[in-house]
Each structure stands twice: as C-alpha cells, then as structure tokens.
Design a protein around this ligand. Structure first.
Ligand code: PEP
Ligand code: MN
Length: 342
C-alpha cells in the first residue's frame, strides 16, 4: 500500500499516521521525500487496514492499495490497452465498434433484413439472441440452434461478425464454434463454472455487468476468464438496478472512465438494456461514447411493436441510421476510428 502525504503535513499528523500503521497494524514503513509529497510505502499484510482511517488524517492526499484482488485484468500489470480481435473487427485502442441487431433472432426475414439494414448504416457487428434469459418461463425463449443457423446466414449475406449469448456450458459447446464472439449476459456474470469454461476457449467474449454487480465483482469475473487463458475479454456496461423505476436500469457512465483507469480491457456500452426505451438509446449511447467507451451495443428490429423480446427498446432502421450519424460526429470529435463498411 502507498500513502501519499503532503510534504507540508504537520509533524503531529505524520506521527499519527506512523503510529497507526506501525503500532496498530504492525507494518513496516519506507519513506521517500519529494518536494510536494512524501510517499510512504507500507509493507506487510495491508489487507487489514481500514484505509478510511488513514485518509481521514489531515495532510493525507491519497491512499492506494498496490494489490487489487484481480491481477490479469488490472492495468497495473498490463498498462497497454488490450485490443480484442473479432474477425476483422478490432475492439479497443482507438476504434469505436457498433454492435447492432435484434434482441432475439425470430425468423429468417427478420434477421436478414435487420443485418442488411445495420450493415448499410455502418454497424461493425451483428448481435442476436438465440437463447433468452427471460424473467417469465412463458415468454419467448429463443430459437436455439435454428437461430444460430440464421445468424450464420446473415453473416454470409453481410460479412458482419456475429455475437450471440450463451447461458450454459452445454450451449457454449454447441454454439461457440459457430460464433465470432459470445455474450455472457448480466444474469450469468457470476456463473463461475461458465466463466471457467469460457476461459478454456479462445473465443472472444463480451462480459456484461451483473444486474447489481460492483466494478470489483465484475472485474473478478473477467479475471476468471483471463485466468483460464482466454485473453479476449470485452466488458459491457448495460445499466444497473437502482431505486429508480422510471426506466429499466440506470446506465452507470461512471463505470467507463473508472474501468479505463482500472483495467486494460475494452468497454462497450449497451444503452438499450440500460434504458429500456427506444428514445433514450441514442442520447445515452452518445454519452457512452463521449465518456470513452470503445463501442456501443444497441437493439434494432424491423417492427419493434411485433418483437418477441425487448420491443420497447428496439430501434427501427431509420432511427438506427440517425443514431449512427450522430455517433459518428462524436467519434470524429474524439478522433476515433469508426469503421463503417458500406
Ligand atoms: C440481451 O443482450 O438481449 C440481454 C438479455 O442482455 P442483458 O444480459 O444485459 O440483460
Ligand atoms: Mn434484449
């Protein structure tokens, strides 16, 4: 642990820090004196320290733990941005990717028409669920393998790499070889056996944030996959549950710059599940890009009022085009490469 104190800290307060760390916690201290700050390196089992008790002392500028519980996901151990390759698409670095498609694959015409429309508007990847984590067991559950075949057909027609969710190891084994990227949904962020199984593959994975997961829990889930040897992990902020009921979830935009600081893994914002309302998808998506996201995921449907899942947050084709144009403006301001293959 590192304690950064003001060089002008009073001797009493400095004494208080030393006393607390040495006497209360029995740790060794190393001092290095700079012009503006004195850095105290704390050696020993720092996990017992209540950092707030140190931060509360006047003159303490910062207290930083050197060791996070996640190592492979941490930027400290891997300062460079990770770029995850999905087919020809690169996620991370200076690229801005757009993953678009229906919530669920419903039939051939729906997925092919949508794939063509999102491609024409400049999307870089096609999404579509074939197994759905529905709240009700009576709601549409997805087409399964038939849906995978339709996604492959859409890929053939458009050249867009495809991403589908898997909810079990069985589905991972069955669908994985056909996909360019797999999605682990919010409800499975802490399905540790599934995380371990995904870690043993080399398939790029989009790891969505759990419904009420903290950043640290989320990064620990990423750590499971990385620890298994699969380094192709992209995080997806999709809104968290709060006390607010006016919209489906709350898009935690804080997560974007925070994750950029903590981890080298790319981060994508899903402003569809984060809001649950089609007219909120564009403003929040733009905000996500402005906050530094490496990409967006949105849901697009030819006729949202007929969608078998998530119609209220699905964009019609012309609304998606409009979103793409405005996102491109932000990408240009940020100097990001926004690959629109028409
Ligand atoms: C989805 O992408 O359709 C989905 C179910 O997402 P989430 O896991 O974020 O709810
Ligand atoms: Mn959905």
């Amino acid at each position: 642990m590192i304690v950064k104190v003001d060089a002008k800290i009073s001797s009493e307060n400095l004494e208080r820090i030393i006393e607390r760390l040495q006497n209360d916690y029995k740790l060794k201290l190393h001092f290095s004196y700079g012009e503006e700050y004195t850095i105290i390196g704390v050696v020993g089992d720092t996990s017992v320290i209540d950092t707030d008790r140190i931060l509360s002392i006047d003159g303490v500028a910062d207290v930083q733990r050197v060791q996070e519980p996640y190592k492979r996901a941490s930027r400290k151990f891997h300062p460079e941005d990770t770029i995850v390759k999905v087919g020809d698409v690169e996620i991370g670095g200076n690229n801005l990717v757009m993953m678009a498609g229906p919530c669920s694959v419903e039939n051939e015409k729906q997925i092919i028409d949508t794939a063509k429309a999102v491609k024409a508007a400049g999307a870089t990847m096609l999404r579509g669920g074939v197994v759905k984590p529905r709240t009700s067991p009576y709601a549409f559950q997805g087409l399964g393998m038939e849906g995978i075949e339709l996604m492959k057909k859409a890929k053939e027609e458009t050249g867009l790499p495809i991403i589908c969710e898997v909810m079990s190891i069985e589905q991972l084994d069955k669908f994985g070889p056909h996909l360019d990227m797999i999605q682990l949904g919010a409800r499975n962020m802490q399905n540790f056996d599934l995380l371990k199984a995904v870690g043993k593959t080399n398939i790029p994975v989009l790891l969505k944030r759990g419904l009420s997961a903290t950043i640290e829990e989320w990064l620990m889930s990423a750590e499971y996959i990385l620890a298994g040897g699969n380094e192709n992990v992209v995080l997806c902020e999709r809104g968290i549950r709060t006390y607010e009921t006016a919209y489906r979830n709350v898009l935690d935009l804080n997560a974007v710059p925070m994750l950029k600081k903590l981890t080298h893994l790319p981060i994508v914002v899903d402003s569809a599940h984060a809001t649950g309302k089609y007219w909120m998808v564009k403003p929040l998506g733009m905000a996500g890009v402005a906050a530094g996201a490496d990409g967006l995921m949105v849901e697009v449907h030819p006729e949202p009022d007929k969608a078998l899942s998530d119609g209220p947050q699905s964009l019609k084709f012309n609304v998606f085009e409009d979103l793409m144009q405005d996102v491109e403006k932000i990408a240009n301001v940020l100097g990001k490469t926004f690959k629109k293959e028409k």
